[in-house]
Design a protein around this ligand. Structure first.
Ligand code: ATP
Ligand code: FE
Length: 335
């Protein structure tokens, strides 16, 4: 079974070819243009997708060394995401499937972040059902109870900012470039996580909130800079370490509560923020401290990519679960 998958939900144009659950190619064209604006500009993203999609798909087929006539089906991201971006991938996938007269398969991007754990990959174990998935990215923060491939229940999510935004917005306050997550991570390793204390938000149950933290950091910095104009430069690594420590504390507290409420101790993470070395370490500690078994996918399957769309396409293909040509992109698609 050969699946071609297309992902265009935000600012990365991606295509991947999968053969029986194994990745043959995984191409991502990232859009640099947004860096100058400190965030993704939807209209520019959509235009860049239009420019990238043909060469990216072409490269995915070439790298996989297969011809388009060998494809069994085409999978694409239907949502959630930016409408203008989703439309490019959706229209492209629909026309290509129609032209080749092969099945078209719609994929939910957030399900794909979770099912990325089922890509056949040497050295990576797959979580057993049921497991808890925590998706942490630039647009989402969710804890999902995964009963089977397509039976998933969101048991907690953010009520305001996503955790990736918490990293990026804090970084912006410190004058770091966009996205700031990776740099905060690097600097955190060089700083003291207990140098400064930020209060954690109080949100009941398994939901998250990050906007209060951003405000707390803003006031803290304003106050310090008033007293010492060089405060940020002098303490940047310590500030980064303290911010990261606070964010990780929030995530781990909620995971502890989720394992307690569900009795499930298998925890899989996904989304761009799962690249964070502090979170990886905290999960590993959880294995010893709380008896968790944790699952972290290969790095290129955690940020936005089409390989994760391909595995969902593959699993839906096995079930004969196809879309028809009337399907539309859906910006607010839910799990
Ligand atoms: P979504 O998947 O919800 O549509 P997205 O596409 O913006 O959102 P991803 O590409 O999965 O999200 O992740 C990007 C986010 O991950 C950014 O906010 C970035 O700062 C953050 N990030 C990446 N690497 C790290 C890291 N090492 N530490 C912390 N955050 C990181
Ligand atoms: Fe994503």
């Amino acid at each position: 079974i050969y699946i071609l998958a297309i992902e265009s939900s935000c600012d990365d144009t991606a295509a991947s070819v999968m053969c029986n659950g194994k990745i043959l190619s995984n191409i991502v064209a990232s859009q640099k243009i947004h860096e100058a604006y400190g965030g993704v500009v939807p209209e520019l993203a959509s235009r860049a997708h239009q420019q990238n999609i043909v060469p990216v798909v072409d490269m995915a087929l070439k790298t996989a060394e297969i011809s388009k006539t060998q494809l069994s089906a085409i999978a694409f991201t239907r949502g959630p995401g930016l409408m203008g971006s989703l439309l490019v991938g959706t229209s492209f996938a629909k026309s290509m499937a129609y032209g080749l007269d092969i099945p078209l398969i719609d994929v939910n991007h957030m399900q794909a972040h979770i099912l990325a754990h089922f890509i056949e990959e040497d050295g990576f174990k797959k979580p057993p059902f049921p497991f808890l998935a925590m998706t942490i990215s630039g647009g989402h923060t969710q804890i999902v109870k995964v009963n089977s491939y397509f039976d998933m229940e969101v048991i907690g999510e953010t009520i305001d900012d996503a955790v990736g935004e918490a990293f990026d917005k804090s970084g912006k306050l410190l004058g770091l470039g966009y996205p700031a997550g990776p740099e905060i991570d690097r600097r955190a390793a060089l700083g003291n996580p207990k140098a400064f204390a930020f209060t954690k938000p109080k949100v009941d149950g398994l939901n998250f909130s990050f906007s209060g933290l951003k405000t707390a950091i803003l006031y803290f910095i304003q106050k310090q800079v008033k007293a010492n104009p060089n405060f940020i430069e002098e303490h940047l690594n310590d500030i980064c370490a303290s911010i990261q420590y606070t964010i990780i504390g929030i995530l781990i507290d909620k995971l502890k509560l989720a394992t307690k409420q569900t009795g499930i101790k298998h925890i899989a993470i996904g989304g761009g923020v799962s690249a964070n070395s502090g979170i990886r370490q905290a999960l590993k500690n959880g294995e010893q401290k709380f008896g968790w078994t944790t699952y972290i996918p290969k790095f290129e399957y955690t940020t936005d990519n089409a390989a994760m769309i391909a595995i969902v396409g593959h699993l839906k293909y096995l079930e004969g679960d196809y879309a028809d040509q009337s399907i539309m992109a859906s910006a607010r698609l839910k799990i």
